[in-house]
Design a protein around this ligand. Sequence first.
Ligand code: AMP
Length: 157
Amino acid sequence: MEHIKDLPLLQMTAESLMVSSEKVAHVQLNNPLEHALLILVTSGYSAIPVLDTRYKFKGIIGKNAILNEILGLERFEMERLSEVTVEDVLMRDIPSVNKSDHFLTCLKNVLDHPFLCVVDQEGNFDGIVTRREILKQLNKYIHVNKELFTELSEGEK
Ligand code: AMP
């Protein structure tokens, strides 16, 4: 039986799994929250990457963080949407991967996040790897290699 380390799935890299940066909706640090909310609502995504003006990755911003930021004591303070910028609200402390990182690194990181940002050594944004893509590849792999899993579970008896 093929050793688990030699399986092609585990050799897939973030690069082969990612949606490249040109196809990813993003906002910039200096955009007002109003613009970020517009992009989030029209794209239908709950969170998107934040880049600086040189396309370096800075974090992510989501609808919840924006709504929390403008929530006053008794009402949403809508005027704050044009006063506050993305820089004041974005989440900076989130994991990212490199194009050459393997499937298992991506899998481990998407357990807690619906998508991962792919960033190079200089911090340039390359794209995203979604949890959906990771699960799709895992599902395909398990179906194509059903016998391998049967053999494994029979070996345990
Ligand atoms: P999905 O698995 O396709 O539903 O994507 C999971 C999450 O990844 C979405 O909710 C977004 O936060 C993010 N995402 C997926 N595709 C894009 C994209 N093209 N642009 C920006 N964010 C995206």
